[in-house]
Design a protein around this ligand. Sequence first.
Ligand SMILES: Nc1ncnc2c1ncn2[C@@H]1O[C@H](COP(=O)(O)OP(=O)(O)OP(=O)(O)O)[C@@H](O)[C@H]1O
Length: 662
Amino acid sequence: METVDSAAWRMLSQRLKVAEPLQGLDARWHQVIGLAGRLSPGRGRFLRQADRVMAMTRALIPLSDAGLRDCMAPLQDRFRLGRDTIDNHLLAFAIIGEVAARTVGLRPYREQIAAAISMEAGCVAEMATGEGKTLVAALPAVLAGWRGHGCHVITANAYLARRDAGLMKAVYRFCGLTVGCVTGEMEPTGRKQAYRAHVTYCTNKEAAADFLRDRLLMGSLQGLPAALLSKMVRGRGADMSRLVQRGLACAIVDEADSIFVDEAVTPLLISGESPNQDHVAAYRRAARLADGLRPSMDFRIDRPHREIHLTPAGKQRLAELAHPLGGLWAGSRRREELVVQTLAAREFFIRDKQYVVDGGKVVIVDEFTGRLMPDRTWREGIHQAIEAKEGLDINLPKETHARISFQRFFRLYGKLCGMSGTVTEARSELWQIYRLAVVSVPTHRPCRRTVMPDRVFTTAAAKWEAVVKAITEVHRTGRPVLVGTRSIRESVHLSGLLAARGVAHRLLNAVQQDSEALIIAQAGRRGQVTVSTNMAGRGTDIRLGPGVAELGGLHVIATQRAEARRIDRQLFGRCARQGDPGSAQAFVSLEDDLFRRHARLVPMAAGKRYSHHNKEISSPFWRRWINTVQSRAERVSFRARKEVLSADKWIEHQLGFASHDI
Ligand SMILES: Nc1ncnc2c1ncn2[C@@H]1O[C@H](COP(=O)(O)OP(=O)(O)OP(=O)(O)O)[C@@H](O)[C@H]1O
């Protein structure tokens, strides 16, 4: 194992070789090339190589464990010395596949091997949900482990990091490697130990936060020349020993679309308490001032961009209301900022949707996973504005000490690859931002999922009525039903409707996380009805109970269309896994969030016209319109992500001039 010092030097040197996103004509040219080749380097080659691996595996089956280890030893040396070739990769995959069959009872399929080869080549493998990505990640991770520079397997949440590290531990151990897992509650010594393992499972947030904390520790020594000079002149080795990471050599990203795309909009910040008590009174005062403003006349709400704009009349009125207060309220900029935050907290942040109130505190709910995130706070005063809205004690706003966007963080890795069930729609973005090509890997068995056409309703009430009816009908046949809702509030609403009809069901939302594993384990049993927020959307393996496949398998109902097609596909992917039968359908109403935020005027007017008739309007026209609105929502989010990247570059550039005390 290498010393932390040498690792720290590698980390420093990596900072110097961040791939900058291309600009101007270069960027356009790359876009054209990428799109022309469908951004996909042909899966045929990887499948043919996988066939060679399968043939080699057959020759390994008769070997004893000791014989298998003997085959491994010379290969490990080649990887350690950096002399590995493509033939070595193929043989290594054959050996690791055999190890997996012996240790965890899973013999990789040809398609899993093809995905692993493509990832070793630096691509993102698109494998349908349930095709066994946990095992696939371990194959290139072993190769990276043998190289000895560390490998981070990035998972969507801490539960999956722990689960996957535990599942694959025996494979790594047989291959002579150690495995670590970093989770939120760990102390620096535990983290350091986990990062020193050959392969480390962690979430993107933990990896990026540890990187930022290390960067803060390094203080002024962030440039390689400065660090080397300082080491020679002052011997700053002691500081370096407190770093927890040992460089960003290789990352294998599971659920790549979620991590590279959905989460990329939120920059990661390291912050500390700000000492200014005046803030608390200011947020309360801003809430009172906001009460005096009239919607439309004094402020406009831009829902697609989640922005509040004060009108000239609103600014004037606010100035009049604030006039007697003096102090910070005398300055127009700060005054308007605080009131706009308060209004945004009221309009866009809804209790039991974006947050819950737990033990007198505002706790954020992750929109993509539906999980509670007690350690996170919204910034720019939004968290305090929500606390004021809820009448809770106001916590002091934090001061930002360091910041990085996930887009920039992942581009720091020496080698990056990933996998996902739903990444086709994000192909072009992955190419533009990360230079990652997507390879679509076929399913091992033919997919037997029936996706039925969306059912469209004028009002939310009509939609819920139809959802309950559909659940009851499928439930009567004995098939299990999984219903996905967008928020805790909706899940509770549907649960109430089902209870009123006497339909027994289980409820899975962020409020009762403890029983999650149990509820999911039972969701595929005969006659089971499970109502869930997005928590059931990713990484959950719902196995069918006895006799369920004969009835038609799991039926999934989505109660809204998400703001990206990928997220809908993730939920539908809970059924018909690994060749099982299953079906899925979405129920949509014109009053859904997606349309309120992203529909243009004409269809909304049509929605209004219909809205007093509680009825179903399913037709090809409305289905096409839904797709158009969803595409628009995807474009808005993509623009937001590009803005985060530019903001990040701007900050990096500006701080470059004063980088001594970041
Ligand atoms: N080679 C294999 N042979 C037999 N079973 C396998 C194999 N690979 C994976 N499985 C099984 O397939 C199921 C799904 O695996 P896993 O959860 O890794 O899939 P996934 O692709 O990550 O799913 P998701 O996209 O939902 O996260 C698990 O029960 C796993 O044990």
